[in-house]
Design a protein. Structure first.
Length: 256
């Protein structure tokens, strides 16, 4: 099974092969610097910081869904839905090379139990958190997959109501059209606490599947919650929910 971040990355490949303050970078639109810079970053993870998430994966058994039944409704039929629950732990490693002779990036190792399952590469600056790439590990490791240019997941000027698409340029294949929509600031309650987080939605395609991905980001604490739904036509293939369960910040621990 592809993990949430790696699968999200597949949407972007053809395209690119607490509230914060004012954006002083002077950049706009999709322009993202690939420089990994922690100075005045809207998110400032420290080496060793960790986030423990509860992940619930719901997959309908082989059933024919009527045209009058919405895709999401099949998930409510408990007798026909397979549910898997597990934990993922993301640990920040610092700024590291993505691969030999490759760019450096803010690097996160993702573990299931004690096994490394995925390496995530991000660009984090004073105004942007962007996805740069990922490397699948686990039982079927693969080489690092990097985008031609980072794709923003969060920008400091987003407040709610913004929309933009990766698909308006000649670089993007229409079959992999990706659209972002910034919903706005919401209060998210989890076992790790209550957070003010920016809710963002991304819709895109991966192979023959449509992906609808929502995530909630807190500038101080990072990614709080993610919900990803896979569709093939009107059929829900899988629903993945990832919610922060526990967090340990090394800087806070050291201060205590």
């Amino acid at each position: 099974m592809k993990f949430i971040f790696y699968a999200l990355l597949m949407c972007f490949i053809p395209s690119c092969q607490k509230k914060w303050g004012h954006d002083s970078s002077g950049t706009g639109g999709e322009g993202v610097s690939a420089k990994a810079d922690n100075t005045k970053a809207i998110w400032q993870p420290s080496v060793g910081d960790s986030w423990v998430y509860q992940v619930v994966v719901k997959t309908p058994h082989k059933v024919k869904i009527s045209d009058v039944v919405e895709g999401e409704k099949i998930e409510k039929l408990e007798s026909k839905v397979h549910v898997e629950t597990h934990q993922l732990t993301s640990v920040y490693q610092g700024i590291m090379p993505t691969k030999k002779d490759g760019p450096v990036a803010h690097t996160f190792h993702v573990f299931k139990d004690k096994q490394l399952m995925e390496i995530e590469y991000m660009v984090i600056t004073d105004t942007i958190v962007a996805v740069l790439g990922a490397k699948q590990e686990g039982e079927s490791p693969k080489g690092a997959v990097l985008l031609n240019k980072p794709v923003p997941l969060v920008r400091s000027e987003w407040m709610g109501g913004e929309t933009f698409a990766l698909g308006d340029s000649e670089e993007t294949m229409q079959s992999h059209f990706v659209r972002h929509k910034v919903i706005g600031w919401e209060t998210v309650e989890t076992e790790a606490g209550t957070f003010e987080a920016l809710h963002i939605q991304v819709n895109g395609m991966s192979d023959t599947m449509e992906i609808k991905h929502s995530y909630w980001f807190s500038p101080e604490y990072g990614f709080i919650k993610q919900v990803k739904k896979y569709y093939r036509g009107d059929k829900t293939i899988s629903t993945q929910t990832k919610i922060l369960e526990k967090m340990e910040k090394k800087t806070l621990k050291a201060a205590l």
